[in-house]
Design a protein around this ligand. Structure first.
Ligand SMILES: Cc1ncc(COP(=O)(O)O)c(C=O)c1O
Length: 418
């Protein structure tokens, strides 16, 4: 087998220096929490395909929804036309979300759902006649996607986009108010610049791609209060946390807050098809209703509300109703707490933490991520360390034995490294 990814003839891989990245393994089939490779090896999956496959792979109810919809109408444009899968999904999402979060705009990726959230926030203020409010305030350690607009609100260092510097619009960056000192700093910043800010943006409870760093519901409540005080919209990016990952259906539920705009994607279709949603409160939507055509939201991705994706998202919501997903998340959390604890004693381990179905072993440093990934392959598990962390975000349907295979592999691989 060739050594480096550069030997792939045509594919350009994500997040890889292809000159040095190892040649990737080839997956040919998935089932439950198992990935089968081209050479016959079977891996237990600890990542759930970038946190999407919450019901495990190939769930028959999801497969059936896709097949049935494919036979009727795989796609239809949303311009000037609607269809049942989108109408049903929009209504179900709005009934699951708190308060009057009731207006759903569909897109096809988390980044674009967040772009739309920010665009809605800026235009909300334009439509209301306060054009000076066009800045976005985001937080260190945050990650919201890789499009240009999102690069400008990701953590400039941790967000993988430090190279772009001046090519991006200047937004406002702050520390999450996780301490009283940071809270005071944020309050001061808002006293000075609050009138320029259209929206404040955060991932709720877990900064995922920024290193799986947790914060408390109280932190979110501070943000809600400050936004209310300063007339700023609160955008909650539930792209990673949405659909049970932290132990609640939506992480912001745990804080008891109602965001102004929420973005969802990833587990929305149970890890099958690309779909995302930006959901706004009633009063925000109403600011777009006007006799002035310029007040309309001028956005419309070609494949928005793709019927196949909406049908399978509806089927995924059926599974949250019919199968004990949140209980499974709680059981996973308990098992992770128990089985990752021994890693604390290993040299080079800085922290072990668990939130819902997210288990994290943070190292002092990680400069051998590809070597660790290979060691995990030798253990027949799929785990992709990044930054300083080795983490698990399994399917909620993973069995206790499969989960023990993952935690055991982490312990053994980190022990052998130390
Ligand atoms: C919190 C958060 N927001 C946005 C995104 C971007 O989503 P996508 O990769 O679907 O564009 C991600 C992706 O990891 C994410 O974790």
């Amino acid at each position: 087998m060739p050594h480096s990814a550069a030997h792939l003839p045509h594919l350009w891989l994500p997040y890889s220096q292809m000159k040095t990245a190892p040649y990737p393994v080839e997956a040919i089939q998935t089932d439950g929490s198992t990935i089968t490779l081209h050479d016959g090896r079977q891996l237990i999956d600890g990542v759930a395909s970038w946190w999407t496959a919450c019901h495990g792979y190939n769930h028959p109810h999801l497969r059936c929804a896709i097949t049935e919809q494919a036979q009727r109408m795989p796609h239809i444009m949303l311009g000037g036309m609607v269809h049942e899968p989108a109408l049903t999904l929009a209504s179900r999402l709005s009934s699951l979300l708190p308060g009057d979060l009731e207006r759903v705009f569909f897109t096809d990726s988390g980044s674009v759902a967040m772009e739309v959230a920010c665009k809605i926030a800026v235009q909300f203020h334009l439509n209301r006649g306060t054009p000076n409010r066009h800045k976005l305030l985001s937080f260190r350690g945050g990650y919201h996607g890789d499009t240009l607009g999102m690069m400008a609100i990701c953590d400039p260092e941790e967000g993988m986009h430090s190279l772009f510097g001046d090519a991006l619009p200047r937004q406002v960056l702050a520390d999450l108010p996780t301490t009283s000192a940071y809270l005071a700093e944020l309050e001061q910043l808002l006293e000075k610049r609050g009138h320029e800010i259209a929206a404040m943006i955060t991932e709720p409870l877990v900064q995922g791609a920024g290193g799986m760093v947790f914060h408390t519901p109280q932190t979110l409540r501070h943000l809600r209060r400050l936004c209310d005080q300063h007339g700023i919209l609160l955008i909650i990016d539930e792209v990673f946390t949405g659909f049970g990952r932290t132990g609640h259906l939506f992480a912001s539920e745990e804080a008891g807050i109602v965001p102004d705009i929420v973005a969802l994607s990833k587990a929305l279709t149970g890890g099958t098809l690309p779909l995302a949603a930006t959901i706004a409160r009633k009063s925000i939507f109403e600011a777009f209703l006007s006799d002035n055509p310029l007040h309309a939201l001028m956005h419309g991705p070609t494949f928005m509300a793709n019927p196949l994706a909406c049908a399978v998202a509806n089927a995924s919501l059926d599974l949250f109703e019919r199968e004990p997903r949140l209980e499974q998340v709680h059981a996973i959390a308990q098992q992770l707490e128990h089985e990752l604890v021994p890693c604390r004693t290993l040299p080079g381990v800085r922290d072990v933490r668990v939130k819902g179905a997210i288990g994290v072993v943070e190292l002092d440093q990680l400069d051998d991520a590809p070597a660790l990934n290979r060691a995990f392959l030798d253990e027949a598990v799929w785990i992709r360390p990044f930054r300083r962390i080795v983490y698990l975000t399994p399917a909620f349907t993973i069995t206790p034995d499969e989960l023990s295979r993952l935690t055991g592999a982490i312990y053994r691989v980190l022990k052998a490294r130390s």
